[in-house]
Design a protein around this ligand. Structure first.
Ligand code: HCA
Ligand code: CU
Length: 464
């Protein structure tokens, strides 16, 4: 398979705090923002877009605090192409200011009510002012993908002349295709001296592909957010861009094994829970189900995996249900120390297929089937799970269903009920050990909006 190259100098800009906080329903406190940027710095992103200080006092305070954190990453403030906005951004003592102005016909006509020359004047003046304050400058031609190429080039050249050493070419409404992005970037790359940034929205599900295409076209900075947060359907996620750069192009950027933890932190702080089938970080990303797939994966994982899960510190899993074959059942039983004959395993597979509505046979269910078949008490021989029922009381100002959804996303939780009475939610937990149970309880108590919990350990369980 022939593939175009991406230079090894590509870098990552994270804009979870700016673009990500524009996600409907999301705001971060200053403390939360600090927690996120420290982790982003640790994982190794090169730039952090901390916010637009003109939005509100709290955004400005956060930008200022982040600029003072002494991060390895370059810290940016986003702002409009207006002198007071630029000065406000400069007063936060950031490394760089990202000055944006809508350049497409509809932005100029309906949003800014300015003609092209006036737009160029605004940008030149704003860039010059930022430079005179000793800041590095990026210019963003907002809605670049719907801007006429002639005007886009003209305004970018003027921004460059005024002192911008980076230019962002966003696909603001996510309407590009990879081929078009690649062409646009290689054309601009030939004409401009400034380094180029990609910023791809995901309205048509193209964000990651377009980002990679922009890098193939000569861009050197990819804008991402944790979990793909952002306006509407968000932008390219850090996880997808960083892992694709490694797996497809052999390029190292951030510490990949830290991605799942960062993703969970963002899930907790934003309340936005990625769907199970989300690439890389989703619950199902390394879970195999159909018998044929599982047999292949057990023989050699590469048969059905784009890359090994341990690249990002995760593990593969197998789901046992009516699609299951003998390989999966044998492997799962062996894992818990139960060795059966071929014909016994076939009988268990048969029994599983006779219960087509059961979505997941857990270890305990398999042991039970094996016990029925062999007449032996296997539970005594294999390590059993610790089960608990937990009641959760939510703070009065929070939406119970939002907490219930977050609980649902936690690995060891097998059932979630919203209930009446003194507590609002009841969950069933199946943990591998007491330590594992404790860890799950800790994570539940950390969820914002959880006021109190009560845990009951299950002593005996009766299947009906
Ligand atoms: C915005 C616009 C922006 C800017 C991107 C950038 C976009 O929400 O203010 O500065 O690179 O998508 O055009 O996010
Ligand atoms: Cu954007």
């Amino acid at each position: 398979m022939e593939r175009r190259k991406i230079g090894h100098n590509v870098a990552i800009l994270d804009t979870t705090l700016r673009e990500g906080e524009q996600t409907p329903g999301v705001t971060f406190t200053i403390e939360e923002k600090l927690e996120i940027v420290r982790r982003l710095d640790e994982i190794g992103v090169n730039m952090i877009e901390a916010g637009d200080p003109n939005v509100s006092k709290d955004v400005k305070d956060a930008v200022r605090r982040i600029a003072k954190e002494g991060l390895k990453a370059e810290v940016l403030a986003h702002c409009r192409a207006l002198i007071p906005d630029v000065e406000n951004a400069a007063s936060c003592e950031v490394d760089r200011v990202a000055i944006f102005l809508g350049t497409s016909r509809s932005h100029l006509q309906y949003k800014l009510r300015k003609d092209e020359d006036k737009a160029i004047e605004l940008v030149s003046k704003a860039v010059e002012r930022a430079k005179s304050q000793g800041l590095k400058v990026r210019f963003t031609a907002e809605d670049a993908s719907r801007t006429s190429y002639g005007f886009l080039l003209r305004i970018c050249k003027k921004a460059e002349e005024a002192g911008a050493d980076r230019i962002s070419i966003p696909d603001t409404v996510g309407v590009m295709t990879p081929e078009a992005v690649r062409t646009l970037f290689s054309n601009l790359h030939q004409e401009l001296n400034a380094e180029l940034d990609t910023h791809c929205h995901n309205d048509l599900g193209m964000a990651t592909a377009n980002t990679l295409a922009g890098l193939e076209g000569g861009a050197t900075m990819a804008h991402v957010t944790i979990n793909g947060l952002g306006e509407r359907s968000g932008i390219a996620p850090l996880s997808e861009v960083a892992v694709a750069l490694k797996v497809i192009y052999g390029i190292e950027t951030v510490k990949l094994e830290q991605i799942p933890a960062l993703s969970l932190l963002c899930e907790r702080l934003s309340g936005i829970v990625p769907a199970p089938n989300t690439p890389i970080i989703g619950e199902n990303a390394f879970t195999h189900k159909a018998g044929i797939h599982v047999a292949g994966v057990l023989a050699n994982p590469a048969t059905y995996e784009a890359f090994p899960p341990d690249l990002i510190g995760r593990q593969r899993d197998i789901v046992i249900d009516k699609y299951t074959g003998v390989h999966a059942v044998r492997s799962r039983l062996e894992r818990i120390g139960v060795i059966l004959s071929e014909s016994q395993i076939s009988s268990i597979v048969q029994a599983i297929k006779e219960r087509p509505t059961m979505t997941r046979f857990r270890d305990a269910d398999l042991i039970e089937l094996a016990e029925r078949l062999t007449g032996k008490n296997l539970k005594a021989e294999v390590p059993t799970n610790v089960e608990a029922i937990l009641r959760v009381k939510c703070e009065s100002n929070v939406y119970t269903t939002a907490i219930a959804r977050r609980l649902k996303a936690l690995k060891k939780i097998t059932r979630v009920y919203e209930v009446t009475g003194n507590y609002d939610i009841e969950v069933a937990i199946t943990a591998d050990s007491t330590a594992d149970l404790n860890e799950t309880l800790e994570r539940i108590r950390e969820i914002e909006g959880v006021e109190a919990t009560e845990t009951q350990l299950v002593l005996k369980k009766f299947e009906v």
